[in-house]
Design a protein around this ligand. Structure first.
Ligand code: C2E
Ligand code: CA
Ligand code: CA
Length: 643
């Protein structure tokens, strides 16, 4: 018996077409009936069916299909990979960053075209060379360190090095690098990127330079000096620090303008640089007309020698201030401090060298002084230096503040005028009284600037408060030092003539002592300002010479009786006699009297009886910021508590 093809197909679960094909291919040959139909031996088919032939065949074809699918997938992936590699290569080739790889010895095996920008050579000309063939400046040391770190850590990021291109151009490049190893961990090479950061680097350097240098002279600045001294002190070595202050620099600045002043500073800077070249030190500009010289390892002898050379150089320096004028015979004052002897930290060394410099100035300028710990006047110098700084800072930082106190007409107790009293605003928002600093400002020639700023501020205030009326007068204190300085008088005159403020509203106060000490100077000053309409008061009268004779010569409008007489008026017979006599003389000379320090109702009553015209004192009002005082006076009449 035989099976038909249908039966065989069913038994073996193989499609009929497949059996036909197998028959044709001779895989499973069928018998034929006379009619040509395929027949299969029963025995064979049953055995095949029992051995699971059909299933195996099916499995084979299934496996075949899986393999085929896998192959197709692989082809697709390869296609993708190829595409992405092309894309990747494009990226690498056209990248602005350098992409590079080296062998284990650090020799380039691959570079993209950015190599040209960094080294000035095409990639092919760089193969076999290495980064360090191009190292420039002091890059060598850093580069070795970079390699060591790379070996240790396997990766370094943002390493900056300095290279020189084949055209001799300086380049700074930032490098990221990673070590590549084989399966056994042996280094195969280095791979990484690099970028030309020359522009950034130059900009950063420029900023660093600016932070450490004075823009005018390009000399290193105070900050740079601090760093230098700190480093030297840490090496526990010795050395000398010189502070150099150009005497009368302000004169040049004021007479020939800031541009000439700047030129002078530049000139002196280069002269000092020349001096220091021979001494093995460095020159710094600290600001204004102050320079410093740092002499590492120098002792007293070398420091004195350098100071003498510097003084000499400054003295011989000639400066073309304008087309017609040459400034020569400049001088300087130099303070010297030696570390660690005169200070083992920067602040104390700076403060002591400052003191030495002021001592040199006080001893008559054009000299140098080594800081002297034992000096008798050290303490007072300390105090003076401290105040000199504070006053200077206050002038520079616009912390000069005007207070005012009303000058009251006694007959009706009306605030007619105001005395302007200066204060320095301190860091805590408090006000420092002039008794603390005026004397020091006078001895250090800072009072001129102070007096001028007071006048400037007052003029500005008056311009704003015009509506107060012409009758109101402002009394302004001037120092003897200011009015004795012809240059200062010139500046005051130009201030007053340039302003729209009415000069007749200004009353300048000069103390009696000041007026008497240089009578001619005072007289010529008074006359010049009287010409433009200003008025004058003789301040603190009675405290000094009290010369009634000279009263006639000074054409002042007001006499201000020193407060010590007024305060004691009710209790002291002598004071009463003096004040009464003074009142009579003043009236005879047609001068108005102002009594200061009116504190008590008794004193006020006595003054009214004596016929004194004006009074000033706590009984009326304490000094207050000028705007407050003037507002209070215009708003209402002041009512004193007269008995
Ligand atoms: P001064 O010109 O004699 O000014 C009067 C001083 O007496 C002021 O002191 C004022 O606050 C104080 N005073 C007012 N009423 C009374 C009172 O009833 N009793 C007492 N015990 N004192 C009273 P202040 O403001 O401390 O000024 C002190 C000195 O500083 C002034 O004396 C003046 O010589 C000077 N000064 C003030 N401002 C300036 C200025 O702008 N330039 C200059 N060069 N010197 C100034
Ligand atoms: Ca005064
Ligand atoms: Ca006074």
């Amino acid at each position: 018996m035989e099976y038909s093809i249908q039966e065989a197909s069913e038994l073996l679960s193989i499609p009929i077409q497949k059996l036909r094909r197998w028959d044709e291919q001779g895989v499973l040959v069928a018998l034929r009936t006379s009619g040509g139909h395929r027949r299969y031996s029963r025995e064979l088919i049953d055995r095949l069916a029992a051995s699971g032939f059909g299933a195996t065949a099916d499995k084979t074809s299934q496996e075949l299909a899986t393999v085929k699918r896998a192959l197709a997938e692989k082809r697709r992936i390869i296609q993708l990979l190829l595409e992405s590699e092309n894309r990747y290569r494009d990226l690498v080739e056209t990248s602005h960053d350098l992409i590079w790889a080296t062998d284990a010895e650090g020799r380039f095996t691959y570079l993209n075209t950015a190599a040209y920008d960094i080294f000035g050579l095409a990639p092919k000309d760089l193969i076999g060379r290495c980064f360090f063939n191009f190292e420039a400046g002091a890059a060598h040391v850093g580069n070795r360190r970079f390699l060591a770190t790379l070996r240790r850590k396997g990766e370094v990021k943002n390493y900056v090095t300095h290279v020189l291109t084949t055209d001799g151009e300086n380049r700074w490049i930032g490098i990221n690098a990673r070590l590549t190893n084989d399966d056994l961990g042996e280094p195969l090479g280095i791979r990484g990127t690099a970028r030309d950061i020359t522009e950034q680097h130059v900009a950063t350097q420029r900023i660093e330079h600016l932070a450490l240098h004075d823009p005018l002279t390009d000399l290193p600045n105070r900050h740079s000096l601090q760093i230098g001294i700190e480093a030297a002190m840490q090496d526990s070595s010795v050395g000398a620090l010189l502070f150099i202050d150009i005497d009368h620099f302000k004169y040049v600045n004021d007479n020939f303008g800031h541009r000439a002043g700047d030129q002078l500073i530049i000139g002196v800077g280069s002269v000092l640089r020349e001096v220091v070249r021979g001494c093995g030190g460095e020159v710094y500009r600290l600001g204004g007309d102050e320079f410093a010289i740092h002499l590492p390892e120098a002792l007293r002898k070398q420091a004195n020698h350098a100071a003498e050379l510097a003084l000499d150089a400054v003295r011989h320096y000639r400066f073309q201030a304008s087309e017609q004028r040459v400034v020569s015979n400049l001088s300087a004052s130099i303070g010297i401090a030696l570390y660690p002897f005169h200070g083992s930290d920067v602040p104390s060394l700076f403060s002591n060298v400052d003191i030495a410099m002021y001592q040199a100035k006080e001893l008559g300028r054009n000299r140098h002084m080594v800081f002297d710990q034992a000096s008798d006047n050290l303490r007072s110098t300390h105090k003076r230096v401290h105040w000199a700084k504070r006053i200077r800072d206050a002038l520079d930082d616009d912390r000069i503040t005007l207070f005012a106190q009303p000058v009251v007409r006694l007959k009706d107790q009306k605030a007619m005028h105001h005395e302007v009293l200066v204060r320095l605003r301190d860091d805590q928002g408090g006000f420092i009284l002039p008794s603390t600093f005026i004397e020091i400002a006078e001895s250090l020639s800072l009072v001129q600037e102070l007096d001028l700023q007071v006048v400037e501020k007052l003029l500005a205030f008056m311009r704003e408060h015009n509506q107060v009326g012409k009758k109101l007068r402002y009394f302004v204190n001037l120092s003897r030092v200011s009015i004795a300085d012809p240059h200062w008088v010139k500046r005051l005159m130009s201030l007053l003539t340039a302003t729209q403020v009415d000069p007749t509203q200004l009353v300048f106060e000069i103390t009696e002592t000041a007026a008497m000490s240089e009578i001619d100077v005072t007289l010529s000053f008074i006359n010049r300002l009287k010409d433009i309409g200003c008025r004058f008061a003789l301040d603190d009268f009675g405290a000094g010479f009290s010369s009634f004779y000279y009263l006639k010569r000074f054409e002042v409008d007001y006499l201000k009786i020193d407060g010590s007489f007024i305060r004691d008026l009710a209790t002291d017979e002598g004071s009463r006699l003096f004040v009464r006599a003074l009142n009579d003389v003043a009236r005879g000379l047609s001068k108005q009297v102002v009594a200061e320090w009116v504190e008590s109702p008794e004193a006020l009553k006595l003054l009214v009886e004596m016929g004194a015209q004006y009074g000033q004192g706590y009984i009326f009002r304490k000094p207050m910021p000028i705007a407050d005082t003037v507002r209070a006076a215009t708003n209402r009449l002041l009512r004193a508590k007269a008995g």
